[in-house]
Write a protein that binds this ligand. Sequence first.
Ligand code: AMP
Length: 425
Amino acid sequence: MKFQTSSLRQNSFQDMNLSPVLFAALEKMSIKKPTPIQSQAIPVVMNGSDLIGIAQTGSGKTLAYALSVLTGLANKPNSRALILAPSREMAQQIYEVFLDLCKEMPVSVCLAIGGTTGSKQANQLKKNPKIIIATPGRMNDHLQTNKLLLKDVEYVVIDEADRMLDMGFAPQLKNIQATLRGNRQTLMFSASFGHNVDMIAQLFLHPKAVMIRSEQAEAPVESLKQKVLFLDRTMKNDRLLDELNATRGGVIVFTGSQESCENVGEYLKSYGFDTDLIHGGLSQGQRNRVVRAFREGEIRIMVATDLLARGLDVPHVDHVVNFDLPFQAEDFLHRIGRTARAGRNGEAITFVTPSDHRMYNKVKVYLQGAKEEQVDHSFKFIDRSKKFAKKSDAGPASKRSAGKGAPPPKKGSGKSSVNPFKKRR
Ligand code: AMP
């Protein structure tokens, strides 16, 4: 699809013709100046164009669409909006942003996501809420029983389109699109733009849609400091303790599998760290509890799988540790995007083992300027191109585990079993 470009740009919210009640909400949120994506995207949407925004994680894209959609809804009293997000956590986060913005506006907002009772949601949806924030799977389920739920939807937002497609939501998106009727304005956001995103753009967007690419859409932010540690996988647990002991603020430790997540989480708990773990194998209630506890600072360290790599917006994440590399290079960018958000400083520490050669080569582009340390002085990548690769290799990331195979915590290895941060909090 060929997109238009736009030279529209407003560097002040006051010049954007936003609904006046939104200014009070922005002030309460201490938001004063638009971010670059907001400066570019809001005028395009206010102009009535469809939009595709290729926006860096943490760039402020949620407010870019929320402010424009809420202004549109205020100007067209009979219209409604549908916001689609890939994960339940992201949908919930977007829901909270809308609630904050809507305090002074008479609009109803409904959250339609999996993991909560469908019948309660169905009743709310039947009342035609002004704004529906949903995951594609759950929205599609509701549409199977009632095709009219999206009546009068004039604004559609597809957030993290690339992630939705990675998660296999293309059929649900197509079904949702097929139930939409009448004129509408569609805004799509994606961290990357490839063939699949283009396909969904063709399906949803007007042929004259505008594309905005935030300059560093596919690069880490400058305020992020990075460090790469080359080490044997048996050294990871010990080194993790060292790194965590050297940190102060919130930390997310990313692992490559649910098993690894459990092992690392339990290992840290055994050392008395303020920590909990989150992965897709937990119930929605448990997932919500962990995210809430982390957001509210009840736990300092959250051990997670890539379930949490995208979208999570917790300002006090000062460090990200990539304990295992991800399966997809793009997830790496999203992981490190959990820190150094909205102008804050942040640090990402990445563990690389001899069996990580392939993925390391892929994520290297995101590690430019990173400080490197060879923790294992005999470190050498395993060359998988050789036919008889050594069987003792750790194997694919899915089989890696933090605790199993790694030696148990070494007593007297210099690590204190008391978490010093507990006292500081
Ligand atoms: P997002 O990319 O939408 O996840 O937003 C990332 C973070 O930036 C959120 O914590 C927002 O509250 C914050 N944010 C969004 N817009 C602005 C702004 N104009 N000024 C300061 N912070 C902002």
